[in-house]
Design a protein around this ligand. Structure first.
Ligand SMILES: Nc1ncnc2c1ncn2[C@@H]1O[C@H](COP(=O)(O)OP(=O)(O)O)[C@@H](O)[C@H]1O
Ligand SMILES: N[C@@H](CCC(=O)OP(=O)(O)O)C(=O)O
Length: 366
């Protein structure tokens, strides 16, 4: 089988018990399967939850804390315990793990985004197994990835993974939560995540998890839009991950072969950049940038909102709403002046201006 780059996400409920401890049996099962996946020649990146769930007991809480400071303190205790266990258990397979704790600002800041990419690439080239979690202890609530399902989707896209495997305590996506509706049917294969599917997935998961099936579907939707295939489900034994990669996993596969991978630059523009302005374009420009793969030229822009500098990212609106986002080659001042001059019909040379407002390589459509 062709070597693949695979992101495996393991949820809290699949790593810990309700008492706030790492469940050694579950943990060992994952370690064996991850090692087997690497031995089969695949590149593996692990997104591991469980810091809060493995840490609250050590902090003296009887169950997962509800306050932000409680969760952040529990994560500080639990993350060390998790990594200690990963190092210990992987050493038996001669696998060197590396801990990477990310915050959303590591992705929204372009330089840090590039650095993170370079570092993870270096780790993978050297055969190290990156173990990623959100840096819960310092993350500000309003500025998080949301949950680790979304983090794993973003990591999958970022590293141009072939597949994202979301391991959880249930064998896939059902029409509605099978814990409350035992007759609900499971989906084996899906091409897209529709609104109807989203409506059938509730946010209630295990006592230790975050977001239930809803967050997994949102993550699957994001990963698919970035050209990464997704599996949501469960399994047991050393071969469980290999079986999943072979298409024999116990869960739901979500894959749409018609969606191409999005390059790193466009992903950053599309998902992580801070928006500083808005451009409104006419019908001709909309056609050109949406369907003809052209850059956006000044002649197609009729309104500019906000204040931005050259290199900033703006949203572009057509007649019926948002079209996409792109990196501008003009400041808002320059662009406003250009439009004003054109409107006064003083600028004959504007029509021949070839300096695009947004180059097609720096454009990501919705
Ligand atoms: N439509 C659905 N199909 C399957 N599971 C669902 C659905 N809606 C809600 N769930 C719940 O989602 C849970 C998994 O989410 P969660 O506990 O957050 O997992 P993890 O800790 O692995 O992230 C399942 O145990 C199930 O109770
Ligand atoms: N970063 C948190 C996990 C957040 C989360 O999304 O949890 P889960 O739903 O179990 O994947 C932690 O390590 O406790």
């Amino acid at each position: 089988m062709k070597k693949q780059r695979i992101v495996v996400k393991i949820g809290s409920s699949s790593l810990t018990n309700d008492r706030g401890e790492i469940d050694q049996q579950k943990f060992d099962d994952h370690i064996g399967a991850l090692a087997a996946l690497r031995n089969a020649g695949h590149e593996v990146i692990l997104v591991s939850s469980g810091a809060v769930a493995a840490g609250f007991a050590g902090l003296g809480y009887p169950s997962r804390p509800l306050t932000l400071k409680g969760k952040q303190a529990a994560a500080a205790v639990g993350q060390s315990l998790l990594i200690q266990s990963y190092i210990e258990k992987f050493s038996a397979y001669k696998i060197v793990p590396a801990q990477i704790l990310l915050t959303r600002s590591d992705f929204s800041n372009r330089e840090r985004y590039r650095n993170a990419f370079a570092t993870m690439t270096e780790l993978l080239e050297r055969g190290v197994l990156p173990i990623i979690n959100e840096n819960d202890t310092v993350s500000v609530e309003e500025l998080t990835f949301g949950d680790n399902d979304m983090l794993s989707a973003l990591v999958g896209g970022f590293l141009h993974a072939d597949q994202l495997i979301i391991l959880t305590d249930i064998n896939g996506l059902y029409e509605s939560n099978p814990r409350t509706n035992p007759t609900a049917k499971r989906f084996d294969y899906l091409e897209e995540i529709t609104e109807e599917l989203m409506a059938g997935a509730d946010e209630n998961g295990s006592k230790v998890g975050t977001g239930g099936m809803k967050s997994k579907l949102l993550a699957a939707k994001t990963a698919s839009s970035l050209g990464v295939s997704v599996f949501i489900g469960t399994g047991k034994g050393d071969d469980k991950l290999i079986d999943i990669v072979k298409g024999m996993g116990d869960g739901t596969y979500i894959s749409n072969p018609s969606i191409a991978k999005l390059n790193t630059n466009r992903q950053w523009i599309f998902l992580h950049s801070e928006i500083t302005g808005k451009l409104y374009v006419d019908e001709g420009a909309e056609q050109a940038i949406l369907y003809n793969g052209k850059s956006l030229l000044p002649a197609g822009v009729f309104k500019v909102k906000g204040e931005f500098q050259k290199g900033d990212v703006v949203e572009v609106f057509g007649l019926n709403g948002l079209l996409g986002k792109g990196e501008v080659s003009y400041s808002s001042e320059e662009l406003k002046q250009t439009i004003e001059k054109r409107n006064r019909e003083l600028m004959a040379d504007l029509q021949s201006s070839t300096v695009e407002v947004i180059h097609r390589d720096r454009w990501a459509k919705i």
